[in-house]
Design a binder for this molecule. Structure first.
Ligand code: SAH
Ligand code: SF4
Length: 381
């Protein structure tokens, strides 16, 4: 068997791994043993699997591998933020960001190299679509991040406590791989992350939101960005196919299936003089009247030639206050911590061309240094 036909065990869910062991004439329980080695201990060498006999180790070496995406670079910023640029099979690079906060660590994971949906304020969208990531390439980002903190026994608290599918790409357009990776994130034999702490963010691929509800119960975030169809058609082009009424209905169905007081996260990137006016806040209140949700305002993170600007701190606070007064739970993401997804959207475009390395380092520093719009606005919920 040649190198290229080896099965990569990194991206297999427990049932898939059980199927794999059966297919090579072995017992299904081997799946649990191997998953623990891979995900709890970060092992990529069958030789290290001490509870697997030599004969089976040799067999595995011949037909399988544990291969994460190649790490091109990793940066640790002064505030503890970690960033990896990894190369995937298609040759493209994607970015993963880890943000530590009191009592938790959030990892922002990419699902595609580039994105076909072309939201007008997103640097990933501006690059166009390159490739879907495999399940191994998606979960591999969690694997790499955890390993960077050293291998830890399963019982010890892990560095990555939350995952947001808010890096590069639209996860619902790489459905099977995104779902498999999220299943491994939540599996106790994988990363044991609670369903509430795994969040999939979508620009609004309505039919796939319904499909998602059939197979998984992770938290859902909708990238809204505009409170009416005319504006949203312009900012988030997929709205022309699935307009607000359709996508919000799908979100409500998804959330109601989850029960247990779970709510939709509504993401709203604030663009100066485009969607940050009081009339937009008023329309948003009306639009979300019967949607159980919390709102995350993301001040636009500028990138070269975007054509958009970040609103002033006053404008951000005014927008937040209007939503707040209408009874909404509203947070403003700062450029670290909760802002991790916005930073992903901004930074990936600057790292794709690796000849522009110096720009990337500047961008990473800015992410760590930049202050919140205002402490009160940033922290209020
Ligand atoms: N495709 C999915 C998930 C990845 S984008 C989605 O659109 O939801 C994750 C978030 O990054 C989106 O909510 C988007 O609003 C945000 N984002 C992208 N570029 C941004 C920028 N330049 N400034 C602020 N937020 C940005
Ligand atoms: Fe794609 Fe999301 Fe960027 Fe829109 S915001 S282009 S859906 S990655």
């Amino acid at each position: 068997m040649t190198e290229t036909t080896k099965v990569n065990l990194l991206g297999l869910t427990q049932p898939q791994l059980e199927g794999f062991f059966e297919s090579i004439g072995e017992k299904r329980f081997r799946a649990g043993q191997v998953m623990k080695w891979i995900h709890h201990f970060g092992v990529d060498d069958f030789e290290a699997m001490s509870n697997i006999g030599k004969a089976l180790r040799e067999k595995l070496k011949a037909c399988a591998e544990i291969r994460g995406p190649e790490i091109v670079s990793q940066d640790i910023s002064s505030d503890g933020t970690r960033k990896w640029v990894v190369r995937v099979a298609s040759g493209s690079c994607v970015e993963t960001v880890y943000i530590p906060q009191a009592g938790r660590g959030t990892l922002c994971v990419s699902s595609q190299a580039g994105c076909s949906l072309d939201c007008s304020f997103c640097s990933t969208g501006k690059q166009g679509f390159n490739s879907d990531l495999t399940a191994a390439e998606i979960i591999g980002q969690v694997w790499i991040a955890n390993k960077s903190f050293g291998t830890v026994p399963a019982k010890i608290d892990r560095a990555v406590t939350n995952v947001v599918m808010m890096g590069m790409g639209e996860p619902l357009l790489n459905f099977d791989n995104a779902v498999a990776a999220m299943q491994i994130m939540m599996d106790d034999l994988g990363y044991g992350i609670s369903k509430r702490k795994v969040t999939l963010s979508t620009s609004g691929v309505a039919p796939m939101i319904d499909e998602l509800g059939k197979v998984i119960d992770v938290s859902l975030a909708l990238s809204l960005h505009a409170p009416n169809d005319t504006l949203r058609d312009r900012l988030v082009p997929i709205n022309r196919k699935y307009p607000l009424a359709v996508v919000l209905d799908a979100c409500k169905r998804y959330i109601s299936r989850l029960g247990e007081k779970r709510v939709l996260t509504v993401e709203y990137t604030l663009l100066k003089d485009v969607n940050d006016q009081p009339e937009h806040a008023a329309q948003m209140v009306e639009l979300l009247r019967d949607v159980p949700c919390k709102i995350n305002l993301i001040p636009f993170n500028p990138f070269p030639f975007s054509g958009y600007e970040r609103p002033s701190n006053n404008a951000i606070r005014r927008f937040q206050d209007l939503l707040h007064q209408a009874g909404h739970n509203v947070t403003v993401r700062t450029t670290r911590g909760e802002d991790i997804d916005a930073a992903c959207g901004q930074l990936v475009g600057q790292v794709m061309d690796r000849t522009r390395r110096s720009e990337r380092h500047i961008a990473v520093r800015q992410l760590g240094d930049e202050a919140a719009p205002s402490p009160s606005a940033a922290n209020r919920t």
